[in-house]
Design a protein around this ligand. Sequence first.
Ligand code: B12
Ligand code: SF4
Ligand code: SF4
Length: 409
Amino acid sequence: MDGGRPGIGALRGSRLLTGSGLASSNLADAKAALIEQARAIGFGTIGITDPDAIEGARDRLQNFLDAGSHGDMEWLANEPARRASPKVLWSDVRSVIMLGMNYGPDENPLALLEQKTRGAISVYARGDDYHDLIKKRLKTLARWLLATAGGDVKVFVDTAAVMEKPLAHAAGIGWQGKHTNLVSRDYGSWLFLGAIFTTLELPRDDADVDHCGSCQACLDICPTNAFPAPYRLDARKCISYLTIEHKGPIPREHREAIGNRIYGCDDCLSVCPWNKFAQQGHETKLAARDELRGPSLAELAGLDDPAFRALFTKSPVKRIGRDRFMRNVLTAIGNSNDASLIPAARRLLDDASPLVRGAAVWALSRLLPRAEFAALADISSDDDDGVRGEWAIALSSSWPGSSRPSTPW
Ligand code: B12
Ligand code: SF4
Ligand code: SF4
C-alpha cells in the first residue's frame, strides 16, 4: 500500500555459531527452527524461495506500468528492474524468506457498507499501523537468524522495491488470486506480507498452486470495475488507490461508486470463498479500535487537524493527512442520501483547503434540492480554479432532484 516510507532495514551478522546452538552447516535444521521461531513471534505462515523464482513478474510489472495502471504512484515505476528481481536489489541474496501475519476481521466488512451515515475504514487500517509492528517482528526474527545460523540479512515490509505477492506465491504461502492479492488456504485473503532476504542458502519450499478455479466473485463485486482482466488491476480505478494514494480530487466518474468507503476497500477480499477458512487475527495492536469501526460521518466532518491526528494516532490513516481524509468523508456524505449531514458539509464549504471545499461542493450538490444548492453558489468568490470548476460542473449538470432529501433548516 504505502510507497512513502523507508522500507529497508539492513542487519549484518557474524558467520559464527551462536544462539540455539544449531550448526550453520545444517541449514535444514536452521530452517525448521526458523519456522518455529517465526510462529512463536506471531507470523502465522512462512515459506522460503529462490530469489530468481519470480522472473515472470518482470514482464507483468512492465505491462502494468506501460498501461499506466499505477496512476500517480510514481515510486512504483522507479527502477522496475530492482522491483522485479531481488538479486538486482541486493546481489548477495541467496534466499528469500516470506512471512504472513493474519489480520482476519471479527465481523464481515461488507455489512458496514449499508450504514450510509457511517464511514467504512478498511480492516487493515482499523488498528495500529501494520508496517511498524511487522517491521519490528521481522527484525527480531532476522536477529535470531543471524545469531543462530549467521549470514547477512535485510528485512522488508511493503514499502521497498520488492514484489511481495509473487514472492509469497513462489514461497508456497498462498497464491495470487484473481483480485491480485495473495490468498491462503489457512487465512483466506487476510494476510499481511513481509520479507527477509538472507545470504544463507536455505532449503526452498514449493510454490503454491492457483485455487481460484472458475470463481470470479472478486471481479464481479468490484464497485468501480477496476479489473480489466482476471489477475490484473487498474489501480487508477481502485477505491483503495483513490482514497489513499491519490492526492487530488477524486475523479467524478468514481465518486458515487465509492459509497461510504472513506479509507481503502475490502470488497474483493471479503467476498473470496477461501475466507471460510480464515481465522480472526490475534494481534491486539492490529485489532480494530472501537472508534474506527464505522465512525459517524457527521463527527468525522468536524475534525480539525489536531483532532484528526489525535483520533488516528498510530493508525495508517494518519498518513494521508486531514485534508485528503476530509475529501473522502465528504464523498461518503455526498453518497449518504441523508439530509442530516447537510450542515456538516455546508461548514466545510469554507474550509482552508481547496481539496476539501471542492468535495463539499460535490456533496452538497448531491444532497440539496437544486434551488437551495444554487442559492449557495458564489463561484466567483473562490480563488481556486478547481473549486470554481466543481461549482460550474455541479450547477450545469442534470439534477435528479426528485429523490433528494429536503434540507433540515
Ligand atoms: C502498490 C500497492 C497497492 C496499489 C496497487 C495494488 C496492486 N494490485 O498492484 C493499491 C493502492 C491499489 C493497493 C491496494 C491494496 N493493497 Co496494496 N500494495 C501495493 C504494494 C506496495 C506493491 C504491489 C505491486 O507491486 N503492484 C504492482 C503489480 C504489477 O504487481 P502485482 O499486483 O503483483 O501484479 C501481478 C499480477 O498482475 C500478476 N498477473 C498479471 N497478469 C497475470 C496473469 C495470470 C494468469 C497470473 C496468474 C498473474 C498475472 O502478475 C503481476 C506480477 O506478479 C504491495 C507491497 C509490496 N511491496 O509488494 C502492497 C500490498 C499488495 N497491498 C496490500 C493490501 C492489503 C492492499 C489492500 C487490500 C488494502 C485495502 N484494504 O484497501 C488493497 C487491495 C486492492 C487490490 N485488489 O489489489 C498487501 C496485500 C497482502 C496480500 N495478502 O496479498 C500488500 C502485499 C502489502 C503487505 N505488505 O501486506 N496496493
Ligand atoms: S479494493 Fe475495492 S475497488 Fe479495489 S479492486 Fe478490490 S473491490 Fe475493486
Ligand atoms: S474471490 Fe474467487 S477468483 Fe477471487 S481470489 Fe477468491 S477464489 Fe480467486
